[in-house]
Design a protein around this ligand. Sequence first.
Ligand code: TYM
Length: 345
Amino acid sequence: MPFKPRVFSGMQPTGNLHLGNYLGALQRWVEMQNTHECIYCIVDMHAITVWQNPAELRQAIRDVAAAYIAAGLDTKKSIIFNQSQVPVHAELGWIFSCVARLGWLDRMTQFKEKAGKDKERASVGLYAYPALMAADILAYQATHVPVGEDQKQHLELTRDIAQKFNNDYADGIRAAGIADGLFFPMPEPVIQGPATRVMSLRDGSKKMSKSDASDNSRINMIDDADTIGKKIQKAKTDPEPLPSEEAGLDPRPEADNLVGIYAAMADTTKADVLAQFGGGQFSTFKKALAELAVAKISPITSEMRRLTADPAEIDRILADGSRRAAAISQPIMDQVKDIVGFIRS
Ligand code: TYM
């Protein structure tokens, strides 16, 4: 079956979004809505794989919805919704838990990182997390998934699940009239641009992350101009001037990170940034970077504040998005149930 190009991606509503989420994913999502049919999810069911305070979770779902819209997602062009409002995700997630093999999930590095040393105390949901993620994507037969580098392994697993489902149920799929036997597409990761892995501002070997204890390690999308300036000024660097060519960034993770951030925000390449700043001191570059970051983030932050002041309107947007999402995924789920051998009325 030739699949219609369709984009699906999502973020967890766990704490504040940061510059890594924005440059690694959200910025690309905004671009893709001009060329593709796009579905963007707030994955609240993934969020509870680790404990979330209910009142904070509710707030975080609305905050992420506001961030999506403030960053430029247009509810007329794209579908924006929260995962738990479309039951198909849970239903297909279960079926995929039965398709995925323990050995596949055992290899997931994100589980190992998040579970830490005490694996016995991690939730079953945290372990099965990638099966639910595969369900998010495949419930829409999505073909393209724009994400940061850290999601690559989960997307490989999604493809493995799609392939195994297509193989295991090949007869049922053909019986349903799908002659080429491809019920699920093999979704392609879209990991592009100079900032697919934004690193901590304090340690160039660690990913910028919501869970880092040091707030100075990340730029939050709700930071004010002053805070952004200070965090960039304090960002770890090395004593050498900036190189003039990209190869010179190779053994210098902190410099590489800041140049990548600049390039992503200026919508250019690292080579171009180095052509402009190469040979200069970090102090000059950091000043320019702070100005650019403030110019880029501040309008988004103020729009987020405006939107979150009206939670009822956000809830209305999510309800509307959920209806539109279900209109696409429910018929696909009905077919899945028939293929698997369930009875439905
Ligand atoms: P999450 O919520 O951790 O992150 C959301 C998106 O931000 C990207 N990202 C980064 N990109 C560059 N540098 C960083 N430091 C950085 N940190 C985060 C992530 O790669 C991601 O694109 N499992 C997913 C959520 C999910 C999903 C899906 C994604 C659930 N279902 C279906 C795509 C399709 C996650 O935890 O993302």
